[in-house]
Design a protein around this ligand. Structure first.
Ligand SMILES: [Zn+2]
Length: 518
């Protein structure tokens, strides 16, 4: 039996979320005065039918005394209802019984007779908005003057399709989506009961994916347990679960930062095939750009992001300048406005990709980048004539070409230092991916015998690299690569006048995004 059915709440107390509704209904049951007709509305899979069944049991339970609300789940009546065998609790799916004849036959005629063995005859009408107009009219008659032994529970996902006359005859309860925290707790309980170990990060992902729908969350967990065939870990989930929207958003931004149009376009294609709403996708991308921009100055990230996203946000520092973030956010906002009217929803986003990745500026940047080692254009002041001795015919500029100090004494060839950098990046890649971006964005300032001075983009980068363990690892890696023991690395923050100007400029722009610049 499916997990959702096995773990379906059987009492009011175990119903997930919806506390205000359950509390009211419990009080009515305790007082012995349930309403004659209830109308439960709200999205699918959040407990409307479950609540209806518990209510049907509670009003008919033989063991229950007047001071409690929960059915005993043990008496003849409770057992019959749990097994779906009770002749006094009639569940009708209005979606497949839309006609007036069905309503007359199944409800009106049936309601005239007293319940066979129970106190109440309970009609649970699911998806009630699907009934035809004449069926509604027939139903309305009996709702106006219901026999005392009848209880109606109507459920709908589309309240607005229900005639006002029907709505006004019922006690209405609007069920809401269940909070992520509550869904996580529920899933954890089910996993424990099923004796399966499930990572907390997986529970969070499943809860996020289910968008407040308990039924979806439980079904998804069930699929994951089946697929994993043991403990459900983050890795095993990645094989089954399509990436979340936030993962797709970060993947798109990453490719945009790298000006990789091909990767961007195939990602957009995938996103639209998966049925993700492009407008919402754009909104999330814009929100993420704002997060990056604020992080660039404040260095704090809201805890609402998952650890992967936080790691990614940290890793982007230095790979894209704040002014570029502003430019991208501007372009994205204006393309976002075209999504609703474009012949294809994804077209504006695709146009943005081309515009961004193939702009003259992007082409210049690519030319200047040459080696992947350098992810950015050096500040204008830094571009000075090549130091004498540098090979003018070198097909790609190298780190040493970029140095702006004319007086370094290098004991190593530029190729050697470049190799050392590559080796260090390779060594650190697995352990700490976020450092790779930082390393790629630095520039060799000066080489003096065994001491290498490296210019980094920000204090944050300097602190990361100068961290005791990291620095030691890097120095060892450089010593190995250069075949010289005792290489010492120094990190200095590079801030040219032009960059100070830029920062002042974007302070105003950042404020326009609701951010503050410290
Ligand atoms: Zn009972």
């Amino acid at each position: 039996m499916a997990l959702y059915h096995t773990h379906r709440p059987q009492t009011f107390d175990s119903i997930i979320g919806q506390h205000h509704i359950i509390h009211t209904i419990q009080n009515q049951v305790i007082g012995g005065h349930p309403a004659h007709a209830y109308l439960f509305s709200g999205p699918r899979g959040i407990g409307k039918t479950t609540t209806a069944r518990v209510l049907a049991k509670a009003v008919n339970c033989v063991n229950k005394n007047d001071t409690e609300a929960n059915p005993c789940n043990n008496c003849v009546s409770c057992n019959e209802i749990n097994a779906g065998m009770s002749i006094d609790v009639i569940e009708i799916d209005a979606a497949s019984h839309t006609g007036v004849d069905n309503v007359r036959e199944n409800i009106i005629d049936n309601a005239k007779f007293k319940p066979a063995t129970s106190r109440y005859k309970v009609f649970i009408i699911d998806e009630v908005h699907m009934l035809s107009l004449s069926a509604f009219n027939a139903l309305l008659k009996i709702l106006e003057e219901p026999p005392g032994h009848v209880l109606f529970i109507l459920a709908t996902t589309e309240l607005h399709k229900l005639p006002q006359t029907i709505q006004s005859r019922c006690q209405r309860f609007a069920f809401s989506r269940v909070s992520e925290a509550t869904i996580i707790d529920t899933l954890r309980g089910i996993a424990k009961a099923e004796n399966v170990a499930v990572d907390d990060s997986v529970l969070k992902r499943v809860a996020g994916k289910s968008e407040g729908c308990v039924r979806d969350a439980v079904s998804l967990l069930e699929q994951l347990i089946a697929a994993a065939g043991g403990a459900v870990t983050d890795e095993s989930v990645s094989m089954v679960l399509p990436p979340s929207t936030s993962e797709e958003v970060t993947a798109l931004l990453q490719s945009l930062f790298q000006k990789n149009a091909a990767a961007c376009l195939s990602l957009i294609q995938r996103v639209s095939t998966e049925g993700i709403d492009i407008a919402i996708f754009c909104d999330e991308a814009i929100t993420m750009l704002r997060t990056l921009l604020i992080y660039a100055y404040q260095k704090n990230i809201s805890s609402e992001h998952d650890p992967r996203t936080i790691d990614w946000i940290e890793s982007t520092q230095g790979s894209v300048s704040p002014i570029e973030l502003v430019r991208l956010a501007d372009m994205l906002s204006s393309r976002r406005g075209q999504v609703g009217t474009a012949p294809l929803a994804q077209l504006p986003l695709e146009l943005l990709v081309i515009e961004w990745c193939d702009s003259q500026e992007a082409r210049n940047e690519k030319e200047n980048q040459g080696e992947e080692m350098l992810h950015r254009k050096p500040p204008i002041e830094a571009v000075e004539p090549r130091p004498t001795g540098a090979k003018a015919s070198s097909p790609h500029p190298t780190i040493l070409d970029q140095k702006n100090t004319g007086h370094s004494i290098s004991s190593f060839s530029e190729a050697d230092v470049r190799k050392a950098f590559d080796a260090a990046i390779l060594a650190i890649e697995k352990e700490s991916p976020s450092l790779v971006y930082i390393l790629k964005s630095c520039r060799v300032e000066q080489v003096n015998n065994t001491s290498i001075t490296v210019a980094v983009l920000s204090e944050f980068h300097r602190d990361r690299l100068a961290d005791k363990r990291c620095k030691k690892q890097l120095q060892e890696s450089f010593s190995d690569s250069l075949g010289t023991p005792g290489i010492e690395l120094d990190f200095v923050v590079e801030k040219s006048e032009r960059e100070v100007e830029r920062i002042n400029e974007i302070t105003h722009l950042a404020a326009a995004f609701g951010g503050e610049v410290l």
